[in-house]
Design a protein around this ligand. Structure first.
Ligand SMILES: NC(=O)c1ccc[n+]([C@@H]2O[C@H](COP(=O)([O-])OP(=O)(O)OC[C@H]3O[C@@H](n4cnc5c(N)ncnc54)[C@H](OP(=O)(O)O)[C@@H]3O)[C@@H](O)[C@H]2O)c1
Length: 255
């Protein structure tokens, strides 16, 4: 019998791909979530749920008890640093310290947005911890670009930040990589992973409109504070890339 894997954020965009993949790999999965879930009702699979909140500390003890791996995918608009700190502190008190696997964001140093700063400090909480750890940085998920494009496309002229270079990835490919990392030995900081094509926000929104057979002008607007993004800091370093293209993702999503 193997000990369970805890997935924080198992109900999120990434977690919804991750949990079934871990089950397919034959692992028992426990999910920490702020809302109540009935055992086994999520993902059509047998999954244990623990109600808890990483910001208040509620439920963390029960969630980490006896797990061999923590895949820490929970994230919020605010407080990621505190949430990660709370998780790490409780997990490090376990007799058998679990392997902590943490997905972060490529180029997290590039933007001085609060969310990115909190991610960077969360990475620090992981590397400073007494847990064995693995950190992998990923580019933006297609779902994130998709919902941004959908809300921007409600306007008669679609404004996008000019020269905003991205290389987004399918979250299921991120999930596949995280399963591989979670089932392996702690590896420290591993190579970044992004999707197969470098693009810009403007071109991705144009492709979104085309895929939905909609004709609207896209207006790139030059915004301050994005010089590093225009210089490519959000692009993954190294040769390893995902395979699914934005066009393939759009076809699945819209047709
Ligand atoms: N989205 C992207 O483009 C992207 C790119 C690279 C890396 N990442 C990283 O990948 C990870 C997952 O991102 P995602 O897009 O899947 O996130 P998401 O869809 O926004 O899901 C967030 C998850 O966090 C949980 N959560 C939030 N606050 C919590 C709290 N206080 N206590 C416990 N759980 C909490 C939520 O669970 P409940 O609501 O059930 O409690 C939810 O399952 C994050 O670390 C993110 O930074 C994301």
């Amino acid at each position: 019998m193997t000990s369970p894997i805890l997935v924080t954020g198992g109900t999120g965009t990434l977690g919804r791909f991750l949990v079934p993949r871990l089950r397919d790999a034959g692992r028992d999965v426990r999910v920490l979530s702020r809302s109540g879930h009935d055992h086994g009702k999520e993902h059509g699979r047998d999954v244990e749920f623990v109600r808890g909140d990483l910001l208040t500390g509620e439920g963390i003890n029960a969630a980490v008890k006896g797990v061999s791996v923590v895949l820490h995918c929970a994230s919020g608009k605010k407080g990621d640093e505190a949430a990660t700190g709370n998780l790490v502190e409780v997990a490090a008190r376990q007799a058998a310290r679990p392997h902590l696997v943490y997905p972060s964001v490529v180029g997290v140093e590039a933007l001085s947005l609060g969310y990115f700063r909190a991610k960077l400090r969360s990475e620090q909480a992981v590397t400073d911890s007494e847990l064995p750890w693995t950190i992998a940085r990923f580019t933006q998920f297609y779902d994130y670009i998709f919902s941004g494009a959908r809300s921007m496309a409600k306007m008669p002229v679609v404004p996008v930040p000019a020269g905003f270079r991205v290389q987004p990835i399918d979250p299921d490919e991120v999930a596949a990589r995280l399963v591989e990392l979670a089932l392996g030995d702690p590896a420290g900081r591993v190579a970044d992973l992004g999707g197969p094509q470098e693009s810009t926000w403007a071109d991705m929104v144009r492709a979104y409109l085309r895929a939905g057979r909609r004709r609207k002008p896209v207006l790139p607007v030059r915004l301050p504070g994005l010089a590093k993004v225009r210089a490519g800091h959000l692009l993954p370093a190294g040769p390893v890339t995902g395979r699914k293209t934005w066009e393939e993702f759009l076809t699945e999503k819209l047709h």
